[in-house]
Design a protein around this ligand. Structure first.
Ligand SMILES: Cc1cc2nc3c(=O)[nH]c(=O)nc-3n(C[C@H](O)[C@H](O)[C@H](O)COP(=O)(O)O)c2cc1C
Length: 230
């Protein structure tokens, strides 16, 4: 599976087979998560692997009673360290970078799991205080939870928004795209440039003729005044 295939085939799965995930696979997924970019390369994201059924049931309750989570044999709890980021990057580090680092790690983890033939779902709906407390994260923070298992359902192919309505050029909201360039059809561009150049050349030619005529008139005047007079 290549990167594009992993990105396109990943879907959120909310029903899992009653089959455990190998610890090696969970470790690999977390490791791949850690390969994501982090501000200052601080690599401050942390993963907690959860495999105890009772713990998963408690977590599902704290996730606003998303009881479908209990069919997953394992969870990866992804934590950020806002205070570490704050030391380096102040308030932006604390509030923005720490969450972004964890999100980058989470997406990497989802793709790695897809590559291993595993199904996942990103869970962000939970009681922050209860979850942080349950995992004893101290001044770290749970940013998201990933359910990991073997799929017991096959989600339909995702209906995507038309990409051309989600991409802008140079400024927010500018969706005007030059279709000729997009299709790598440069012939119209070249034709346009050629016409512009021809027009410029005609203007120069006209201008040159005008100067030449003026010079001829001047020459005749000089001839009359200085040559014929003698
Ligand atoms: C920040 C975030 C929070 C999410 N929280 C939940 C959640 O609490 N429960 C859930 O079932 N799915 C959750 N999802 C998964 C989305 O519902 C899912 O990604 C979306 O419907 C698109 O479907 P796909 O993942 O199959 O492409 C979350 C996704 C993100 C990015």
């Amino acid at each position: 599976m290549n990167t594009f295939q992993a990105i396109e085939s990943r879907r959120s799965v909310r029903q899992y087979q009653n089959r455990p995930v190998e610890l090696d696979d969970l470790l690999m997924i977390a490791e791949m998560g850690m390969h994501g970019p982090t501000s200052g390369d601080l690599q401050d994201t942390r993963f907690i692997i959860v495999r105890e059924k009772e713990a998963i049931e408690k977590v599902a309750e704290m996730c606003l009673e998303q009881l479908w989570m209990t069919s997953a044999p394992s969870l990866l709890v992804v934590c950020s360290q806002p205070s570490v980021q704050a030391e380096w990057y102040g308030e932006r580090g604390r509030h923005v970078f720490s969450a972004q680092n964890a999100a980058a790690a989470m997406e990497n983890a989802l793709l790695a799991a897809t590559d291993l033939g595993l199904a996942t779902c990103w869970v962000g709906g939970f009681d922050q205080e209860k979850i942080d407390d349950f995992f004893g994260v101290g001044d770290a923070r749970v940013e998201g939870i990933i359910t990991v298992g073997y799929a017991a359902e096959t989600p339909e192919k995702k209906e995507m928004h038309d990409h051309l309505t989600t991409i802008y050029f140079e400024n927010y909201g500018n969706d005007k795209i030059d279709m000729d360039l997009l299709n790598k059809d440069y012939s119209k561009k070249i034709e346009k440039k050629l016409k512009e150049t021809q027009k410029k050349a005609a203007t120069f030619q006209e201008q040159a003729k005008k100067y030449l005529d003026q010079a001829k008139v001047k020459a005749k005047e000089v001839h009359k005044k200085y040559v014929l007079k003698k």
